[in-house]
Design a protein around this ligand. Structure first.
Ligand code: UD1
Length: 350
């Protein structure tokens, strides 16, 4: 069985790590196609190296652009690459423009498509990711859902007969890396108690007024804040004339995966608009504040572990609130999702 994984953005490299390992263990002919959506080493090669992912077999080198330019160029290049590779499955991950381009290219070529992290819904149609997920799910032949709620979302859209709950592959990699950190921690980011922050979503970065309010909210937190700045944030702040230099705010470059996991484990709290980080906080037991009106990872809200704070009201105290009571639940699975992804692909191969 030949599987082509299409990846391109930072969170997809993280999800690829456990899947690519399971493919190797189970003897699958696994080909990695990297669209090049993320090209800065801090968003790309640092994950391949740090998570021991084999180098991509095909690099499309697409890079940044408007949604149409970026997705269109990926589509044209993927069509050529997939034609040559003739896979039994095209495996897509998450909700980025690389995911959507892979779905559209593959279905038009009658290649079977499977979607890892299928069934997530924010119901916010202003998010590019929501369109990418919904369109990919409806194009795919096999929906690899990470949670029971995702399964229910897909069933409600008439897609139940092609859905399998595999658990979340991000749990696999997160737990493994957590154990490595516990066994051999690197020096802390800072000796002080700190709050870790990331902001990169279009809804928070593209309008200068909104971005200014978000940064001001971070600066109001009652603890030093370490802001791991995604290049999009830096770019939009520069374009919009929004200064990131505020008292109490330390702006740093993004970290690799292991370093991020350790930084989350050691933080007093995390403020973010990233889907992956909300989940990592939940798994690692760090309280999170999400700067969005909704989350597709609603399970993280249980017990107050994640709190939505779109208007930033009271964020100063929320970000340093005490840890809620432990839940002893595993809504995202137990850390065996990647193996289940690969065995499901084998079982469903036509
Ligand atoms: C993309 C995904 C988002 C995901 C995020 C993870 C889409 C629509 N969005 O957002 O779902 O959560 O990745 O990080 O696919 N840039 C660089 N260097 C890079 C990549 C980007 O400087 O290596 C800058 C460029 O100014 C670029 C901007 O970031 O225009 C946005 O990049 P883009 O790939 O469009 O989306 P992300 O914001 O990274």
């Amino acid at each position: 069985m030949r599987v082509v994984s299409v990846v391109g953005a930072r969170p997809q490299f993280v999800k690829l790590a456990p899947v690519s390992e399971a493919m190797a263990i189970l003897g699958v002919d696994h080909v990695i196609v990297n669209t090049g959506q993320h090209y800065d080493p801090a968003l790309s090669s640092v994950f391949f190296d740090g998570l021991s992912i084999p180098p991509a077999d095909v690099d499309l080198g697409v890079g940044s652009g408007s949604h149409g330019e970026q997705t269109g160029e990926m589509l044209a290049k993927l069509e050529a690459a997939l034609g040559e590779l003739a896979p039994d499955w095209v495996l897509l991950y998450g909700d980025t423009n690389s995911t959507l381009a892979g779905a559209v290219a593959a279905v038009k070529m009658h290649l079977p498509v499977a979607h890892v992290e299928a069934g997530l819904r924010s119901r916010n149609r202003r998010m590019p990711e929501e369109h990418n997920r919904v369109l990919t799910d409806h194009a795919a032949d096999l929906l690899l859902a990470p949670t029971e709620l995702a399964v229910a979302n897909l069933a409600a859209e008439g897609l139940g007969d092609r859905t399998v709950n595999t658990g979340d592959v991000m749990v696999d990699v997160c737990l493994r890396v957590r154990d490595r950190v516990l066994a051999n921690p690197a020096p802390r980011l800072t000796e002080e108690e700190y709050v870790l922050a990331t902001v990169h979503r279009a809804e928070n970065t593209d309008d200068p007024e909104r971005l200014d309010a978000v940064i001001e909210g971070l600066a109001s937190i009652d603890a030093p804040v370490i802001l791991l700045a995604h290049p999009r944030l830096i770019q939009r702040a520069k374009d919009g004339g929004v200064s990131l230099e505020r008292p109490g705010l330390q702006v740093r470059t993004p970290l690799g995966y292991r370093e991020t996991v350790q930084a989350v484990m050691e933080a007093q709290g995390v403020v973010t608009d990233s889907g992956g980080l909300q989940k990592e906080c939940f798994i690692l037991g760090t309280p999170a504040v999400t700067v969005r009106t909704e989350t597709e990872w609603v399970e993280t809200l249980a017990g107050g572990w994640n709190i939505l704070c779109p208007e930033l009201a009271g964020i100063g105290e929320l970000a340093v609130r005490p840890r809620p009571e432990a839940l002893h639940t595993a809504p995202f699975g137990e850390g065996d999702a990647a193996t289940r992804v690969v065995t499901t692909l084998m079982e469903w191969q036509r």
